[in-house]
Design a protein around this ligand. Structure first.
Ligand SMILES: Nc1ncnc2c1ncn2[C@@H]1O[C@H](COP(=O)(O)OP(=O)(O)OP(=O)(O)O)[C@@H](O)[C@H]1O
Length: 545
């Protein structure tokens, strides 16, 4: 596929457009032709059944590159009979979409490896089972989009006499797609592990509100095989070597349709992918037997999960207890797992990881970020935009700070060395004057409420400005008719708008009348004082003369 041309749409437009396509079969007509002997109905049915096997029941389309008029009519009919839409995609768009596919969005289902390659050997007899099965050269992409909206989770705490409900998570919203590394950050006990368990389908009871969907479908057992979960406490056999550990996992977890040799090949690939070649014959070890290092151990755990080529990979604190360099290495591995490598026909994956306090170098490697406070969502969006979001609400570090440290501090309510927005300064001061609060500490709720408070203050300021403008306009109009003498001036008082009404009206109140009288008296007194002083000074000057 060639590079993109000048009129190609770029950026989000293409991405959004592509997102609506979701799962699709991409068919390069020029390079991939349906062989004459193929049963077209079988091809179409097989595509449907592969998607069903993968747990996908959404809409499917075949996007034909180049000129769709060249597709033979029986092929079109065969595809239509199974409800698969055949789309014509303009070549320019395809080039661009192809780039997007390669770069960001899509992953290729493992079994499609054998059926996809734009095969130069399509004239030769087909030996490969999968290629025979599908009978043609199709590109099958499986876009696995994870979406969660307003998720809430409660647990029932049972005591001897009574039982109470505890909110663990509230209103958590976000999404992730293949090729992205989503980090879940937050202080201890903020609910990171719980959220990960919910997203990974490990906890399904007690979800009190919201929804979690995978390609618009709720969690089902068929999804289990497409989800990998690396827990915080890794359980590995201490006496097995790295290669043995992965081989046993491969033999147990990979499908029966794969031969032993294919499974062993997969293990070798995973060892290479995770950079475990040096320690592949070292025993894993444990508390009582010395084995591989902590970082290598974590990578073995990750290897156990990526063996089965999951579309979604969840990791709970994969870097806890590791030094910064090893942590960086592990996250680098996760980034590589997330990215699709088209040349090797490797799948892109959605990777979601919890992480305690990453270094700033590490922080910049995350694509998206979820920041949790106590059970609630502080931020969801691009990791690179988190700092600018918080500075727009009035929170910025006063000294050079690791963004991750700043964000977790904020989620904890710790505002030392941080600027605080106008609406919260009063709260902070009143708290500081209280006996029981630490200096510079806001409650997490206060920080959470900030965008609302800042919005209120901004709205109030806008209203004041508009009010002032209106009043000036009215005053000018009316002063022409002789009603007003002067205009009123808005005064900010604790976020509320007040008007100083002195000298406002021609028709003055008795109070103002009295004030006016007093002012006159004062002026008279002052004038008298000045006059006496003047005459006195004249007299003194005369005396000097
Ligand atoms: N089944 C449960 N019963 C009672 N409390 C629970 C349950 N599950 C979670 N919690 C509580 O929910 C809170 C969040 O726990 P969770 O393990 O998700 O936090 P975390 O952010 O992963 O913490 P850490 O970073 O320390 O691992 C904790 O206060 C925990 O005690």
């Amino acid at each position: 596929m060639g590079g993109s041309s000048g009129s190609v749409p770029t950026g989000l437009v293409v991405e959004d457009e592509y997102a609506t396509v979701r799962t699709s079969v991409w068919w390069d007509i020029k390079n991939c032709q349906v062989r004459k002997a193929c049963d077209l109905h079988l091809i179409a049915q097989n595509i449907s059944s592969v998607l069903a096997e993968m747990g996908y029941r959404g809409p499917v389309s075949i996007s034909a590159f180049r000129d769709t008029s060249k597709i033979a009519q029986p092929t079109v009919q065969a595809l239509n009979s199974t409800g698969i839409a055949l789309n014509h995609v303009p070549a320019v768009k395809v080039t661009c979409w192809w780039q997007m596919v390669v770069d960001r969005l899509c992953c290729i289902h493992d079994s499609s490896k054998r059926m996809t390659r734009t095969s130069p050997q399509h004239n030769k007899p087909c030996k490969d089972y999968q290629q025979y099965r599908y009978g043609a050269n199709f590109m099958l992409f499986f876009v696995f989009i994870l979406q969660f909206t307003d998720v809430g989770y409660k647990v029932l705490l049972k005591r001897i006499a009574s039982s109470t409900e505890k909110d663990i998570l509230q209103g958590i919203t976000g999404s992730s797609r293949p090729g992205e590394l989503l980090a879940v950050m937050g202080p201890s006990a903020s609910g990171k592990t719980t959220l990960l368990s919910l997203l990974g389908g490990r906890t399904t009871a007690n979800i009190v509100q919201g929804s979690i969907t995978y390609n618009d479908e709720p969690y089902s057992k068929s999804l289990k095989g497409r989800i990998g979960f690396v827990t915080q406490d890794d359980v590995l056999f201490a006496h097995l070597t790295v290669r043995e550990t992965l081989t046993y996992a491969a033999l147990l977890r990979l499908p029966r349709t794969m031969s032993r040799q294919q499974k062993e090949e997969r293990v070798v690939n995973v060892i290479t992918e995770l950079g475990l070649q040096r320690c592949q014959d070292t025993i894993v070890g444990g508390s009582f037997i010395r084995g591989v290092s902590g970082g290598e151990r974590k990578r073995v755990c990750i290897g156990n999960e990526i063996l089965v080529n999951p579309s979604l990979l969840f990791l709970d604190e994969p870097t806890s207890g590791l030094d910064s360099t090893t942590t960086l290495r592990v996250v680098q591995v996760l980034t590589e797992i997330a990215e699709p490598a088209m040349d090797m026909l490797q799948s892109g994956k959605t990777v979601v990881t919890t992480i305690h306090q990453p270094s700033s170098r590490l922080f910049h490697r995350f694509d998206k970020l979820i920041l949790l406070g106590k059970a609630s969502l502080f931020y969801f969006g691009r990791a690179s935009k988190a700092m600018s979001y918080f500075s727009s609400t009035g929170f910025s570090p006063l000294i050079a700070m690791n963004p991750a440290e700043f964000l977790v501090d904020l989620a904890n309510g710790n505002t030392n060395d941080v600027t605080v927005p106008t609406g919260l300064e009063d709260k902070l001061q009143s708290k500081e004057s209280g006996r029981h609060t630490t200096r510079g500490k806001l409650s997490a709720e206060d920080v959470h409420e900030t965008p609302r408070i800042v919005k209120k203050v901004e709205e109030a300021a806008e209203m004041r400005q508009e009010g002032a403008k209106n009043k000036i306009e009215k005053a000018t109009d009316r002063s022409k008719g002789g009603l007003f003498l002067k205009t009123s001036v808005p005064v900010l008082d604790g976020g509320k708008t007040k008007s100083s009404r002195s000298n406002s009206f021609a028709k003055v109140s008795p109070k103002l009348e009295a004030e006016k009288g007093l002012q006159e008296k004062m002026r008279g007194y002052c004038c008298g004082f000045l006059a006496t002083n003047k005459s006195k000074s004249k007299e003194t000057s005369k005396e000097v003369d």
